[in-house]
Design a protein around this ligand. Structure first.
Ligand code: HEC
Ligand code: HEC
Length: 105
């Protein structure tokens, strides 16, 4: 399901805009489509939720991003799972998302 995002017709936006980017710029260019620019959620759940972030480890976050969530629109982004992102890019997203845990809303 989510994997179709990586197909040729979709990759021009959903993958290529993230090429070579990390952190906030990577997030805004490929994650915000579904999770919102401020992580507020859109077609997919909010990520800037402090209780959610408190409940989840960096390791688990990294794993969710790398492997995706089968049966949903969340594809497997990690290279190890045939996705477009390197470990370094995924780590940079975890660091970026983690900042929302400390923000007051
Ligand atoms: C020209 C750029 C572009 C292409 C090509 C493109 N998209 Fe998107 N897509 C966007 C943008 C921009 C948004 C965010 C729309 C918004 O802000 O509401 C988006 C949002 C989405 C969303 C989340 C919002 C929703 O409707 O659930 C999905 C899923 C999605 N695209 C899938 C695809 C698929 C599958 C393809 C290939 C068949 C594709 N897109 C091709 C630019 C593109
Ligand atoms: C095409 C839409 C789409 C895109 C793009 C997308 N996601 Fe998701 N994501 C989802 C959906 C759908 C879920 C499943 C949860 C839900 O139903 O909202 C999800 C779930 C997640 C979860 C797990 C939440 C939980 O349930 O624990 C994380 C973390 C996540 N996404 C991070 C990211 C990151 C980081 C990116 C950018 C690399 C990204 N997502 C790009 C649609 C998307």
């Amino acid at each position: 399901m989510g994997d179709s995002l990586f197909s040729k017709e979709c990759a021009s936006c959903h993958v290529n805009k993230g090429k070579g980017r990390t952190g906030v710029s990577l997030y805004i260019n490929i994650c915000a489509y579904c999770h919102g620019r401020r992580g507020e959620g859109k077609s997919a759940i909010a990520l800037n939720n402090q209780s959610y972030l408190k409940s989840i480890s960096d390791k688990k976050l990294r794993e969710l991003i790398a492997k995706g969530i089968p049966g949903t629109a969340m594809p497997a982004w990690g290279k190890d799972y045939k996705g477009p992102l390197s470990d370094k890019q995924i780590d940079s997203l975890v660091t970026f998302i983690r900042r929302w845990e400390r923000l007051k809303k």
